[in-house]
Write a protein of this length. Structure first.
Length: 535
């Protein structure tokens, strides 16, 4: 009986010549796609692609993106692909055997019926024209080895391995040949007995024995097929059990998409996947905006977690027209000036202490010392910005505000969902004027609004477009899944009202041409390769 190992070895040998061609094809595909080509090919070939996608929490396309994980992941991935190939061979052998046995059994049944017709012809002294089915004819032509005698075909040995299915197929060829000889004789003589009824009856009797042999061989073949099927099912179960852990390791690993973690790329992919197919917003455009707005949720030392949430809240400057920024700058200058005065006072005190020490030790003339001090003081007035005069805070104040950051155009305090510029406006430098709209719930300030989250939404804008991007029942602007999906919806709205060109409608997200140019540069870079295909 053929073993599973023998089937695997045979299949591996037959596929060896295709390795180089397959490797070249994979290399070419990798250059044009973010797909993990070897893994995807192994899953497709083994028929487990759908199972792989279902086992992960990411979008179907993200499930096949190439990641550069830890050594442990890479080792497990390689072993997983080897197991996939072994499963493919065993499962393929089991399917092939089942199909061959189905054909063997159906053809045996047909032969039995043909023999029954011939027996009836002998009894009734009639002649029936028997036309074998295509399967019988094809089996006879395709399986019968050239030059083999009837006895050799019946023997059924294949090399040094006794495979009941193969033996049954070879015996079936011999039985068909013998049956054909009988029917030819009947047709030539025009008599069911062919001139010798006893001889024909004996031939049919001998043929019936071979038919019973075929049924026995089919039964043995089914046992072999069952072993192969159980082996394949066990291997499949092991593969399915390994998938969740592989997905978990992939989620936070850097990908072939510019090294971004898979969870980050998936947030953009899933965000775009939820949009109307007619909307021109693609995942790479969302990624371009995420890059410019918050370095993909990593600005300020934050990181994106496996559920899409950021470890540190991402908050833009207060949208108070720049007052807070100016006050902070002025306070910093005042503090620096105070520190300078304190340092000078401390230096004068040290100098006076040193002079007193000198007088006590060396008996210096106080009058001479006073004149020296006066001269030193005069020299100090010529070289020092403050001298011995009291500190004048007015010197350090801004004369005309020229050092303050430039303000952007103001926004209406009442936002209209159809007014795209008011919805996100020129928040890029943080100095638009938007009084609080959320009582500080999202941005932590009850006086002024500020942009929040990886995609930098103004609180009131968020209330118009908030979306649950990861289906966890919560809509949080500090979650990249939610933020990216919400940005996608808003951008689709902009594309409908402004036009389908991203270079135009992205201006509604931030009314700065430089901003849009930067977004498009990154978007084009991310879109240079294709996402994995699922067909």
């Amino acid at each position: 009986m053929a073993t599973v190992a023998a089937s695997v070895a045979l299949a591996q040998e037959s596929n060896a010549g295709d390795v180089d061609d397959q490797a070249a094809a994979r290399a070419g595909a990798q250059d044009a796609s973010y797909e993990d080509v070897p893994l995807a090919a192994a899953l497709r070939s083994a028929g487990l692609l759908d199972d792989w996608i279902s086992a992960g929490s990411v979008a179907p396309e993200s499930a096949l993106i190439l990641v550069d994980g830890s050594p442990n992941y890479l080792s497990q991935r390689d072993q997983f692909m080897e197991d996939l190939r072994a499963y493919e061979i065993v499962a393929g052998a089991a399917r092939s055997r089942a199909e061959r046995l189905d054909s063997l059994e159906s053809t045996t049944a047909e032969i039995d019926n043909m023999m029954g017709v011939l027996r009836q012809d002998i009894v009734s002294n009639t002649v029936s024209i028997i036309t074998p089915s295509d399967s019988v004819v094809l089996l006879e032509a395709g399986v019968s080895p050239a030059g083999e005698s009837s006895n050799e075909r019946r023997r059924g040995w294949t090399g040094f391995t006794f495979d009941p299915t193969a033996v049954g197929e070879r015996r079936l060829v011999a039985v068909i040949a013998d049956l054909q000889a009988i029917t030819d004789d009947v047709e030539e003589s025009g008599s069911p007995v062919g001139g010798d009824g006893n001889a024909m009856a004996d031939a049919l009797t001998e043929l019936a024995v071979h038919v019973e042999d075929l049924r026995m061989l089919s039964s043995l073949g089914r046992q072999t097929a069952l072993v192969e099927q159980l082996t394949a099912e066990a291997q499949r179960s092991q593969l399915l059990a390994a998938m969740p852990d592989l997905h978990a390791q992939r989620l936070m690993a850097p990908t072939s998409v510019e090294g971004l973690p898979l969870v980050t790329v998936d947030a953009y992919v899933r965000g775009a996947a939820t949009l109307d197919p007619a909307c021109p917003v693609r995942w790479n455009l969302l990624a371009g905006i995420g890059r410019v707005e918050s370095f993909h949720g990593t600005i300020g030392g934050s990181t994106v977690q496996s559920n899409g949430g950021v470890t540190e809240p991402i908050l833009g400057p207060l949208l108070d027209g720049g007052a807070t920024e100016r006050e902070a700058a002025e306070a910093a200058e005042i503090e620096a000036a105070l520190l300078a005065v304190e340092a000078e006072v401390e230096a004068d005190a040290i100098a006076e202490a040193e002079a007193a020490f000198d007088r006590a030790i060396w008996g210096s003339d106080p009058l001479d010392q006073a004149e020296e001090d006066e001269e030193e003081s005069a020299q100090g007035d010529e070289t020092s910005g403050f001298g011995s005069a009291p500190w004048n805070a007015e010197r350090l104040s801004k004369d005309d505000g020229s050092q303050a950051p430039q303000e952007t155009e103001e926004q209406d305090q009442k936002l209209d969902p159809d007014d795209e510029e008011a919805l996100l406006g020129s928040k890029g430098n943080g100095f638009a004027v938007i009084e609080d709209t959320d009582e500080g719930l999202l941005d932590g300030n009850a006086d002024w609004d500020r942009a929040v989250g990886p995609m930098q939404f103004i609180p009131e804008t968020w209330t118009y477009w908030e979306t649950d991007g990861n289906a966890d029942g919560v809509m949080n602007p500090q979650n990249l899944y939610d933020s990216a999906a919400s940005a996608g919806r808003f951008l689709c709205h902009l594309s409908r009202t402004r036009g389908e060109s991203p270079a135009i409608f992205v201006l509604g997200y931030n009314s700065s041409k430089t901003y849009v140019d930067n977004v498009m540069t990154f978007a084009d870079a991310y879109g240079a390769k294709a996402l994995p295909k699922l067909d």
